[in-house]
Write a protein that binds this ligand. Structure first.
Ligand code: TXA
Ligand code: MG
Length: 321
């Protein structure tokens, strides 16, 4: 990456502007997390409700104490084991952290991303006194997260600076683990699974329940394409697609295993979970532009490694867990 691009991004951020940048999961819409005027621009751009908290992205583990008031042994262990990487830690907030960043909660989400351009940007920011970038996924509220610079451009148009880092390697948002209380809890599943977290902590880990703090990614309808999306077991895709067609509806299918029924357009999806995650949002965006009435997606396997994918697809289909 051209260092002039990083420098241009830093100067925008120093001026209190927002800049989109790549991470290994999805693109983020970043602003100086210590500036209320800059953070407000994120909410404006996204159309995000003001009480939904943001994740603060940091250059390295040392910066954690700027944002977190206390770093528990569990938090320390997870940061050591998985950072830089696709893991967000929820911790008690440090004094002075903006309410707009935390959604007024007593906790804060912090992540140290692994993308080399994100690292270069965050390090350059730190040199200029910006200790963290508040950055939600760079999509309008409720929509599919962007995994390429083109997707970000589709969401926000030409007047947003986008640092282009190519397609995101992981493709779905980070795993969120709440380590602010004694018992660690997963608030959003991701590529780093529950077993890996439990193994690192040598303790039992629970997944989220209804009392967990507010997480917009856990709204029933989220990550949604414009076109109505249906989930179907691999053995039922052909039948369902044919029935929809018989009702005069145009259909496209996202298929892992099955064969596209005659006359039905389809997008082939990888069998492997990591490759599937990497392709998922780009495929949903592609399906959305196919001028169809329904997107039919094969339900992925019921195994633990597919949990995060099932979660995103169920939300895209408007089904709660
Ligand atoms: O992979 C990712 O995490 C991406 C990239 C850009 O880093 N970011 C991302 O941000 O997915 P966003 O805003 O789309 O989702 C952040 C999630 C939200 O569901 C938010 O509610 C949750 O993190 N979150 C942030 N702070 C929180 C807190 N204090 N307590 C509970 N949830 C929190
Ligand atoms: Mg998001």
């Amino acid at each position: 990456m051209d260092s002039a691009i990083i420098a241009a991004a830093v100067s925008k951020l120093r001026a209190g502007e927002v800049v989109a940048f790549p991470t290994e999961t999805v693109y983020g819409l970043g602003a100086d997390a210590a500036r209320a005027d800059a953070v407000a621009k994120i909410f404006e751009r996204k159309g995000r409700p003001p009480d939904h908290p943001l994740i603060v992205h940091i250059a390295d583990q040392q910066a954690l104490t700027v944002w977190a008031g206390a770093v528990s042994p569990h938090a320390h262990t997870l940061a050591e084991r998985f950072w830089p990487g696709p893991l967000t830690l929820i911790l008690p907030r440090a004094p002075g952290v903006l309410d707009s960043v935390t959604g007024g909660q007593a906790t804060i989400g912090v992540r140290c991303p692994a993308h080399p351009i994100a690292t270069a940007l965050l390090q350059a920011c730190a040199l200029h006194g910006i200790q963290g970038l508040a950055a939600p996924s760079a999509n309008r509220f409720g929509r599919i997260s962007p995994t390429t610079a083109t997707h970000v451009h589709e969401e926000f148009g030409p007047d947003l600076m986008i640092v282009d880092g190519g397609p995101c390697r992981i493709g779905i948002e980070s795993t969120i683990v709440d380590v602010s209380a004694v018992d660690p809890r997963i608030l959003r599943p991701g590529i780093i699974g529950l077993e890996a977290i439990a193994e690192a902590l040598h303790t039992q880990v629970f997944a989220t329940n209804a009392e967990a703090p507010r997480v917009p990614g856990t709204l029933a309808v989220h990550y949604a394409p414009n076109t109505t999306l249906l989930l179907a077991a691999p053995s039922e895709v052909a039948e369902i697609a044919a029935a929809l067609r018989a009702h005069g509806l145009r259909v496209i299918a996202l298929l892992r295993e099955g064969q596209a029924p005659p006359g039905i357009a389809s997008i082939a999806m990888p069998l492997n979970v990591c490759a599937y995650a990497e392709r998922l949002y780009a495929s949903l965006r592609l399906a959305d532009t196919a001028r169809v009435d329904r997107i039919v997606v094969e339900t992925p396997p019921e195994t633990a490694e597919w949990l995060a994918i099932r979660d995103r697809l169920q939300r895209a289909a408007g089904l709660s867990r």
